[in-house]
Write a protein that binds this ligand. Structure first.
Ligand code: NDP
Length: 312
């Protein structure tokens, strides 16, 4: 069996650009949706052209134009969506639902990977408000996919390292301090951190794998299942210096939400669930899922320790 042809939606995004490169690297014929709405955004246009020079095909279409989407989907076997998750309650949920309708109509897609790449939304019924909205929206997309009978893989990528490791797991920080750090609660709840390039590589590995058909792929690299204190300790070892530590209780952390705008409240809710509730590590993977580093042991994932070296 040849390698699947892949269409990537949201290809110029933070994760999307890595998916495009991983797909090309793995030898898939790769198509990237070139949204008409990009207009004169020169950075996006340049990135799309750079993909073309690497061998990708650019497919002009609009997520709001059903016929153009159906035509784009008909070109490929696999569709991966990496649309933004930050435009809360905005059009992106509707755009993903449009995409599901187009895939259903096209009828040729062997695997669809919707834009999830985080906490498994099926396990987040008790998520903190208002962050819960993001999981509810991702579940709406799942429902549409399953009702349409579209073959899928959901990718639960846990914490993007750039957002979490860079900031030593502190909300609102993406660069590590050399002086002080705020510890969430006792700082001992375990979370899972994954380098963004590895998320892209695991995702591409899974699209032709029958073991992950209609399942969730959980990315849980064993060396990257760490508490905040362990991440901080790794950083301290790298810079040869102890940071001054203050702690923030769960109650104070949640109370700090009231001064934030809505989007930040959603983000803070997620940090709360990950760092105070341990929502990423408080369950075992059942029959509905597979673990990526076990399925693909040849992929040498980036450890948190190595990831931190970029900031020294
Ligand atoms: P980005 O914010 O980088 O956006 C990705 C793409 O979405 C853009 O490049 C653009 O596509 C498209 N897009 C954005 N806004 C609109 C809009 N209003 N209308 C149409 N298209 C739009 O996304 P990320 O890469 O940060 O997120 C991808 C996924 O990863 C999301 O599901 C998100 O929830 C998840 N995520 C998980 C994190 C974690 O720690 N687990 C952290 C961050 C994200 P185009 O290229 O066509 O312009």
């Amino acid at each position: 069996m040849g390698k699947s042809k892949v269409l990537i939606i949201g290809g110029t995004g933070y994760l999307g650009k890595r998916l495009v490169k991983a797909s090309l690297r793995e030898g898939h014929e790769t198509f990237v949706l070139s949204r008409r709405e990009i207009g004169v955004d020169i950075d996006k246009v340049e990135m799309l052209i750079s993909f073309k020079m690497l061998g990708a095909h650019l497919v002009p279409a609009s997520l709001a134009d059903h016929a153009s989407l159906v035509d784009a989907v008909k070109l490929v076997d696999v569709v991966i969506c990496a649309l933004s998750g930050v435009h809360i309650r905005s059009s992106t949920i509707m755009l993903q639902l449009n995409l599901v309708q187009a895939i259903k109509e096209a009828g040729n897609v062997k695997r669809f990977v919707p834009s999830e790449f985080g906490t498994d939304p099926a396990r987040m019924e008790n998520a903190t408000e208002p962050g819960k909205v993001l999981f509810e929206e991702k579940m709406m997309v799942r429902k549409a996919i399953e009702e349409a009978g579209i073959p899928y893989t959901y990718v639960s990528a846990n914490c993007f390292a750039g957002y979490f490791v860079g900031g030593l797991c502190q909300f609102g920080k993406i660069l590590p301090s050399r002086d002080s750090v705020l510890i969430h609660g006792d700082g001992n709840k375990k979370a899972i951190y994954v380098a963004e390039d590895d998320i892209a590589s695991y995702t591409i590995k899974t699209i032709d794998d029958p073991r992950t058909l209609n399942k969730t792929l959980y990315i849980k690299p064993p060396k990257n299942i760490l508490s905040q204190r362990e991440v901080v300790h790794m950083w301290e070892k790298l810079i040869g210096k102890q940071l001054h530590k203050t702690t923030i209780s769960k109650e104070d952390f949640l109370a700090s939400m009231k001064d934030l705008d809505y989007g930040q409240q959603v983000g803070l809710g997620h940090y709360h669930d990950v760092l105070y509730e341990g929502c990423l590590t408080n369950f075992e993977i059942g029959n509905e899922g597979e673990e990526a580093s076990q399925l693909y042991p040849d992929l040498h994932y980036t450890t948190v320790e190595d990831y931190l070296k970029r900031y020294v």
